[in-house]
Design a protein around this ligand. Structure first.
Ligand code: SF4
Length: 431
């Protein structure tokens, strides 16, 4: 992240006017309709009649927030762009851990925020060159250094109200009759998802109503940005150091045809590893193609290059004590073996599923079109998929649930000595 100090003396209005002029439709305002977000929407709407506004609908928002979406539409004539989480990811998380997993532990809460908020935001930001949010330095210790404008990777992040006090925000709202989220009248000072937010008591910190059942954890949703501008999770070890123990790095390589369930099973496994305090990074083939392998096509050479790049990152992560989880079709055996040869603790997981089942599952109808000869280079139909000859684990998503597949993989990791379970203390399970 590169703070752009030249903007520090600029007013909120000047910063927004600059972004609207410089980025046009590639700029948008993110808001959850709290006071700060509404001030930014109001300011921007006075600069341009065509300003983009988006919000993340986690699926757990209070009714009053939906009312605010309608209020913004009517008052400003802005059609709020609503970003939803990935349905499959939410279904998987809820199936494995229940709808209210956030009450059970800080990592579970972070996981829920990751699935419902972080990934949604990440997808939206990938379509933008600049965006604005309502952070203020005064709000919390972790926000005290917030720059007004910073470069995050290739994207500009604006916090036009960074140096505003809450009194200034109130004054602006009063003077300009900015719509106010109804929950403020009921004692809320920070508004998020319904089950995770409550009104605060007199004298409590502004953010005390967020994740109110957590005593010592950092009250952030896990949305942070790395030097490359990518959305990052809050590191688990920051909040649960007691449960973290060092473990050796290794690579779990999921291979299988498109739609076989690699992402679903790898994410479920990731969650289980994180719950044990492990450092895990998932390299999902679809996500990798938008960053690390951007520009590569689907010829054999490009597919092999994609696998080599993923393998290179896995090697670096594993070497540094991280569990790297790759979920990529990786159709060709030779290049998978090449990657295996470079990584000492390499575990190949073949996610099997018959083509007929894949075609049934495929809501986009790509398999059917490929089977009808309409799509060239479609792995497993008009392009080869070479199953591994000796994978460490084979799971079959047409006959097993994701939970059963995870259990099978876990048993193999235990057998290989890559994870262990401390049976002497259930509260200190470790990997
Ligand atoms: S705030 Fe609560 S419900 Fe919303 S995404 Fe985070 S943990 Fe899940």
């Amino acid at each position: 992240m590169v703070p752009l100090s030249g903007f520090e003396s600029a007013s909120a209005r000047e910063i927004l006017a600059w972004a609207i002029e410089a980025y046009g439709d590639d700029f948008a305002i993110a808001t959850s309709f709290q006071k700060e977000g509404m001030v930014i929407v109001d300011l921007a709407s006075r600069i341009s009649s065509h300003v983009r506004v988006f919000t993340i609908d986690t699926g757990r928002l209070p009714d009053e927030t939906y009312q605010m979406m309608e209020t913004v539409r009517q008052r400003y004539g802005i059609q709020v762009e609503i970003v939803f989480p990935d349905r499959e990811e939410v279904e998987q998380m809820v199936m494995l851990h229940g709808p209210n997993l956030f009450y059970t532990s800080v990592p579970s809460r972070e996981r829920c925020c990751e699935v419902r908020k972080v990934h949604s935001l990440e997808r939206k930001l990938a379509t933008l060159k600049a965006w604005a949010g309502g952070l203020r330095r005064e709000q919390s210790g972790t926000r005290r250094l917030t720059p007004k404008v910073e470069k995050q990777g290739e994207r500009m992040k604006l916090s036009p109200l960074a140096d505003w006090t809450s009194a200034q925000v109130e004054e602006y709202i009063r003077e300009h009759h900015v719509p106010r989220h109804p929950l403020y009248e009921r004692g809320y000072t920070s508004i998020g998802c319904a089950p995770c937010t409550r009104a605060i008591e007199p004298g409590e910190d502004e953010r005390a109503g967020r994740w109110w059942w957590e005593q010592d954890a950092k009250k952030e949703c896990g949305i942070h940005f790395g030097a490359d501008g990518k959305v990052r999770r809050a590191p688990v070890e920051e909040v649960e150091t007691e449960e973290v123990e060092m473990h050796k790095g290794f690579t779990l390589w999921f291979t299988g045809m498109s739609g076989a369930g690699k992402s679903t099973i790898s994410r479920a496994l990731e969650l289980r590893l994180r719950e044990k305090g492990a450092k895990v990074e998932v390299l999902d083939g679809d996500v990798v193609r938008t960053h690390l392998s951007k520009g590569l096509g689907f010829s054999k050479e490009d597919r092999d290059e994609n696998v080599r790049r993923i393998g290179f990152v896995c090697e670096l992560l594993s070497r540094n004590g991280v569990i790297a989880v790759a979920a990529a079709i990786s159709p060709y055996r030779a290049v998978r073996e090449e990657v295996r040869a470079r990584i000492p603790n390499f575990v190949e997981i073949y996610v099997e599923c018959p083509v007929e089942v894949l075609a049934e599952r495929d809501v986009k109808g790509l398999y059917k079109r490929a089977l009808a000869g309409e799509i060239a280079n479609f792995t497993g139909v008009s392009d080869p998929y070479e199953p591994p000859l000796h994978p460490e684990v084979v799971v079959n998503s047409s006959t097993e649930t994701a939970e059963e597949s995870v259990a099978k993989i876990w048993a193999t990791l235990e057998r290989l000595g890559l994870v262990s379970f401390d049976r002497s203390s259930l509260s200190h399970q470790r990997i």
